[in-house]
Design a protein around this ligand. Sequence first.
Ligand code: 9Z3
Length: 314
Amino acid sequence: MADPTVSSIDGKLAEEFSIPTHVEEVKQKMAAFATQHASAGRRVVLITSGGTKVPLESRTVRFLDNFSSGRRGSTSAEYFIDSGYAVIFLHRHRSLYPYTRMFSTINMLDALQLKGGEEVVVDQQVLPDIAKVLKKYSEVKESGLLLPVEFNTLSEYLHMLKVAAQALSTIGSKAMFYLAAAVSDFYIPASDMPEHKIQSSDGPLQLSMKMVPKILSPLVKEWAPQAFVVSFKLETDASILLEKARRALDTYRHQAVVANLLETRQTSVLVVTLNTQAELLLTEDEVKKQVEIEEKIVSNLTAAHHVFITQQAG
Ligand code: 9Z3
């Protein structure tokens, strides 16, 4: 019998979140990508990355956004590829992107120089590692190990994640979900949204927003029940972080939660599973050497995924 929570979430998704026009086409692409790589003996990870945008008007002038830069997702994508995974990178349009993320703060025109009026050369002072990164990026492009898919709004994110889960269900436990995107907890349903721009002449704005359906529930129970699923938990209050991570595991029964605090997210995380918890930290020396915490997170989770696959097979 269908789980009532799951069917009600599915119903809400269809009714209150507009379906992107190209969702079926993206689903086919993701399914083909997953099958191709799994048949070649590779594991496949779906990474979500960046923040979701929640519109306040249907002809959107204003929206609710959040801080996420996409650093966690884009950096992790590179380490997953280095670990032999094929990566579907479901990311917010214009958030940080694997490999190019290194140059996100550079003004491209400052990195180029004109020689003889026509020829353009790269200034190695501004982009010291460009050759190394370009080589790696070209290899990855050539190998077809990275499938980028974009979203902008919360609706696009939810529908894309649903079809991704369905597309990856065909490869069973070889699929990992690494849900690092910062997803809004609140939204305004399409039916309650004003069509036109909200007018300041109507006085102070009072918003009433609904709770976003907990998509992890159908993902784990129905759409991709054999996959290895990792969610992320973000807090600003350290005293509740572990308890919130444990509660998420208890509720959804998935495989791991990566728990982090806003201020220290780049140097410290907790990887929590039903029976274990591991603190991953960067030492001062590692920070100086520009070691990235995603290297440790990915190493921890790929090892756990390996054990998971072996157990499922046995
Ligand atoms: C995270 O906790 C990510 O690690 C960050 C990464 C968003 C903090 P950046 O993109 O930041 O590198 O700047 N993601 C999950 C955030 C989230 O929305 N979690 C929900 C929650 O905590 C549950 S899925 O309730």
